[in-house]
Design a protein around this ligand. Structure first.
Ligand code: SAH
Ligand code: TYD
Ligand code: ZN
Length: 444
C-alpha cells in the first residue's frame, strides 16, 4: 500500500489526497497550511511567496523504524519542496511536528562514522583555537547528539553546554563527560542558558539548524545568548551540491531548510546578524559551514563574496534551475527502478547498505520495498531487527552483509562511500557490485 501510494503521489493533487488519507488513519496531522493546491504558500523565513518545484509524495518519518508486525498507523506526510521568491530560501512545503522526530528513541548516533568522528574532532580544535580561544570561553552546541564534537571541548577543560531534545543520544554524550540540556533550542531555552551560565563566545550547530523550522525563535535566542563579539557557526548540506549531484535524498522530514550563502545572508540580516565567512566541507555529500556575527562586528571574508558569485553564476535561486533538478530526480527514479527490476528478473541478490534517513526518501519515492531489496544492513543497534520507514525492508546488522555477500549492494549511505568501500573491499573482490544513484544511477 505504502509503495503504491508513494509511487503514484507525484502530483500535488494525489499527494495531498495521500496525506489526508493517512492523517485520517493515524489521527495525526503534519502542520500544513501551505500547499501548492491552495495557492497561498508562504515562506517560513520571510513570508514571501513560496513556489513548489518538487513533490516527493507521501513519506514517513525518516528515522522511525517500525518493528515487524507493527506498521499499522505509520505516520505519513506530503514531502515537497519550494523556493521563496523573496529571500530565495528553499524549504519544505509541510512541517512535521518536532516531537515526532526528536525524542528519547531518536536512533541517529553521530559517532557511527569514523570519518565524521575525525571531522568533529578537527572542528572542536578549530573552535578552541578560534572563537573559543579566550580565557573562560563558553561554547554552546545545538544538536550535540552523542557528544561527537563536544567530547573534545570537554576534554580540553573548556566550559560548554550541549542542547539536544533527544534524551537517548544526550545520555550517550553525558557518558563522554559532556554537559547537556535535554531541550529544543528556541528563544526561551537560550534566555534560560544565558541567565544561568552567562553569554556564549560561540554557538555551534552541525546538521541541526536545517532541522529547525522556527528560525525566528532561534535567532532571537541567539541574540540573547551570544556575547557582543560572539559568533554563530553552523554547517548543513549545501543546496548547490544537492542540485549539482541530484542528491534529492537530502530532502526528508528532518531537513526543513536547504541553505545557500544568499539565503543565509538574507536570513541573518533579518535578525541583526551578518554572514561573515563560508567554508565548503566535503562531509555528508557536500556542506557549507557558515559563520554569522553581529552586524558591524566583523567584515565578511572574501570567501563570502566568492560563494555568492558562484551561486549567481549557477543561477541557484532561479526557478528554472530547480525545475531542471526536479526533472533529474524523476529521471533517477526511472533509471533506478528499471535497474532494480531488471536485476530481480535476472534472479540477482540485491541488498542495501546503510539504513540512512536519506534512504527513506529514495525507497518511498521510487517504490523500492522488500520485493526488490532483500535487506538493509546497518551498524546502528536501534535500527536492527526493525523495518525501514514506509518501505518495510528488514534492517540487519552489518555482519549480515557478508553472510554470504549479495550480487549487488545499493549504497544508501553514499555520503560515507570512501569509508564503506575501503572496509568492504572483500565484497568487490568476491565479485560484488555497488549501485549508486547520485550523481547518476550507475553500477561500480
Ligand atoms: N550535530 C550532530 C547531530 C545531527 S542530527 C551531527 O552533525 O552529526 C540533529 C540533532 O539535532 C539531533 O540530535 C536532534 O535531536 C537535534 N535537534 C533537533 N531539533 C533541535 C533543536 N530545536 N535544538 C537543539 N537540537 C535539536
Ligand atoms: P548518515 O548518512 O550519516 O545520515 P542520515 O541517517 O542522516 O541520512 O547515516 C549513516 C547510516 O549508515 C547510519 O544508520 C549508520 C550506517 N552506517 C553503516 O551501517 N556502516 C558504516 O560503515 C557507516 C559509515 C554508516
Ligand atoms: Zn523567504
Amino acid at each position: 500500500m505504502t509503495t503504491t501510494t508513494a509511487t503514484t503521489a507525484t502530483t500535488a493533487t494525489t499527494a495531498t489526497t495521500a496525506t489526508t488519507g493517512t492523517t485520517a488513519t493515524t489521527g495525526t496531522t503534519a502542520t500544513t497550511g501551505t500547499t501548492a493546491t491552495t495557492g497561498t504558500a508562504r515562506c517560513r523565513a520571510c513570508a514571501g511567496p513560496l513556489t513548489e518545484f518538487l513533490d516527493l509524495g507521501a513519506q514517513p518519518n525518516s528515522d522511525a523504524f517500525p518493528r515487524p508486525g507493527e506498521t499499522e498507523g505509520e505516520f505519513f506526510f506530503r514531502l515537497a519542496v519550494g523556493l521563496c521568491g523573496e529571500c530565495t530560501m528553499v524549504q519544505l512545503m509541510e512541517e512535521v511536528p518536532r516531537e515526532r522526530m526528536f525524542h528519547e528513541d531518536y536512533p541517529y548516533h553521530s559517532s557511527g562514522s569514523t570519518v565524521m568522528r575525525g571531522h568533529f574532532e578537527d572542528t572542536a580544535r578549530q573552535l578552541l583555537a578560534g572563537p573559543a580561544a579566550g580565557p573562560d570561553a563558553f561554547v554552546v552546541e545545538l544538536g550535540c547528539n552523542d557528544g561527537v564534537m563536544l567530547a573534545t571541548v570537554a576534554a580540553a577543560g573548556v566550559r560548554h553546554l550541549g542542547v539536544d531534545p533527544s534524551a537517548g543520544v544526550a545520555d550517550r554524550a553525558r557518558e563522554k563527560g559532556v554537559r547537556v540540556r535535554t531541550a529544543f533550542f528556541e528563544e526561551s531555552t537560550a534566555r534560560e542558558i544565558a541567565a544561568a551560565e552567562g553569554r556564549a563566545d560561540v554557538v555551534y550547530a552541525a546538521n541541526t539548524l536545517c532541522h529547525i523550522p522556527y528560525l525566528e525563535s532561534v535567532f532571537r535566542g541567539l541574540d540573547a545568548l551570544l556575547k557582543p563579539t560572539g559568533v554563530f557557526v553552523f554547517e548543513d548540506p549545501y543546496l548547490g551540491e544537492i542540485v549539482e549531484r541530484t542528491s534529492f535524498d537530502q530532502i526528508y522530514d528532518e531537513h526543513y531548510w536547504f541553505f545557500t550563502a544568499r539565503s543565509v545572508r538574507n536570513l541573518a540580516r533579518r535578525y541583526g546578524f551578518e554572514l561573515v565567512d563560508v567554508v565548503r566541507l566535503p562531509v555528508h555529500g557536500g556542506e557549507v559551514r557558515y559563520t554569522l556575527a553581529r552586524q558591524g562586528a566583523q567584515a565578511p571574508s572574501a570567501a563570502v563574496a566568492a560563494l555568492l558569485a558562484e551561486e549567481e553564476a549557477a543561477a541557484l535561486a532561479e526557478p528554472a534551475t530547480l525545475e531542471r533538478f526536479a526533472a533529474g530526480v524523476r529521471r533517477t527514479r526511472e533509471e533506478l527502478t528499471e535497474l532494480l527490476g531488471r536485476l530481480r528478473a535476472e534472479g540477482r541478490r540485491v541488498v542495501a547498505y546503510g539504513a540512512t534517513a536519506k534512504s527513506a526518501t529514495v525507497a518511498n519515492y521510487c517504490g523500492i520495498g522488500p520485493e526488490l531489496i532483500e535487506f538493509v544492513c546497518d551498524t546502528t543497534p536501534a535500527k536492527q531487527g526493525r523495518l525501514t520507514p514506509g518501505s518495510h525492508i528488514p534492517v540487519r546488522p552489518a555482519e549480515a552483509f557478508a553472510a554470504p555477500y549479495p550480487d549487488y549492494a545499493l549504497l544508501f549511505a553514499w555520503n560515507h562511500a570512501e569509508e564503506i568501500t575501503a572496509k568492504e573491499q572483500e565484497f568487490r573482490a568476491a565479485g560484488g557490485r555497488w549501485i549508486l544513484y547520485t550523481p547518476e544511477v550507475r553500477v561500480l
